[in-house]
Design a protein around this ligand. Structure first.
Ligand code: ADP
Ligand code: MG
Length: 356
């Protein structure tokens, strides 16, 4: 699906093998932003997927940021909204990409730094506010407040101008990078607490950081927004876990990710009906995904045979066109493009298979 000019770019990132993993060549990045994956059902064939950008295990955080994220963040200073999602199974590198570590900072610290640098350069007075929340089983929780185990979630409302908002969500003003860092670290602590108490839900919830920048020019007020999102793990938990709670959790995750996929596809194909209302996350982000705003979906992939089934599910979700090739590249067979109806059918089939 990915090609220049789309509202939501689709970018692939394959992480390196970890020390505990045995390396193989089941997945490889090729020139021209192509990812080659072994066909799990037929080892004489490979499948190739196309992206707007495709990064291999050697790509560092700075390169990805400079090439694909920086230009997106810059657009908020013309009063637009920009969104970055990280999609993939648990262990594929979503948190590494969006948050990173002290020594290898990811998108969040770099973007906030870029915003403060921009403020220093400009003569304008920026009002910078941060909110950070989690969506777990279709309920919204504020991460800037301590975890309250009895709380059922914040409501979503529509204001008089039909703008969607999360009622009661905190918005903290930040005036320096250091202040942001303190806030973010405390919030991450809240997320961990919730996660320990609720069965490791951090891999089963979407975490959304929003940075809002507002400023006045003459009589007008402008507002730009950046959403940086660590999505719930896209693995199909139904394969291994079948407790009742887990089932409810899994179907909420699968459904919200499925809706997100449909929204991205509708926006990228210019479809008239964009199903924002079908999940909490897309409903909240509706204003930021529609109109002139731009986004990017990072598709995180773990390398190796062990993840091959997950990788195929991930790529089928994220890309529409694929190329099946014989292993020593002889004849190339182009599969027909998937239509929206095919995809729906595929998802229904997968869901039915999961229930059986
Ligand atoms: P996820 O958030 O998708 O579950 P993580 O970001 O926690 O996955 O990554 C899983 C493991 O892989 C972590 O130990 C992380 O440090 C490591 N990792 C992920 N991506 C990279 C990368 N690009 N370079 C080095 N290590 C990585
Ligand atoms: Mg993670």
């Amino acid at each position: 699906m990915a090609s220049a000019g789309h509202k939501i770019k689709v970018v692939c990132r394959v992480r390196p093998f970890l020390k505990t993993e045995r390396a193989d060549d089941a997945v490889a990045v090729e020139p021209n932003n192509v990812l080659r994956v072994s066909n799990p059902r037929d080892n004489t064939k490979d499948v190739k997927f196309n992206f707007d950008s495709c990064y291999g295990p050697d790509a560092d955080q700075a390169t990805i940021y400079q090439r694909d994220v920086r230009p997106l963040v810059e657009t908020i200073f013309s009063g637009m909204s920009a969104t970055v999602f990280c999609y993939g199974v648990t262990g594929a590198g979503k948190t590494h990409t969006i948050q990173g570590t002290e020594s290898e900072p990811g998108i969040i610290p770099r973007a906030v730094e870029q915003i403060f640098m921009h403020q220093q350069r400009d003569a304008l007075e920026y009002d910078i506010r941060v909110s950070y929340y989690e969506i777990y089983k279709e309920a919204v929780f504020d991460l800037l407040k301590p975890h309250d185990p009895g709380f059922a979630g914040l409501p979503i409302r529509e204001d008089a101008s039909r703008k969607i908002f999360v009622a009661g969500l905190s918005e903290k003003q930040v005036t320096s990078y250091a202040q942001f860092e303190g806030l973010y670290q405390k919030a991450s602590g809240n997320r961990r607490t919730a996660s320990t108490k609720l069965n490791n839900h951090s891999s089963r919830s979407h975490a959304i950081l929003t940075v809002q920048v507002q400023w006045g020019e003459g009589a007008r007020t402008w507002c730009g927004r950046l959403h940086l999102i660590d999505l719930a793990g896209s693995e199909d938990n139904r394969r291994t876990e079948n407790g009742k709670d887990r089932m409810a959790e899994s179907s909420a995750i699968n459904r919200s990710l499925f809706v997100l996929g449909q929204v991205v596809e509708a926006l990228n194909t210019g479809s008239l009906r964009v199903p924002y209302r079908d999940s909490k996350m897309t409903r909240i982000l509706q204003d930021s995904l529609g109109g002139e705003s731009l986004g990017m979906m990072v598709v995180n992939v773990a390398p190796g045979e062990a993840f091959l089934q997950d990788t195929n599910n991930t790529l089928n979700f994220a890309t529409k066109s694929r190329l099946v090739v014989n292993k020593p590249v002889a004849h190339e067979v182009v599969e027909p493009r998937w239509t929206a109806a095919d995809r729906l059918q595929h998802h229904r089939g997968a869901a039915a298979a999961g229930r059986r």
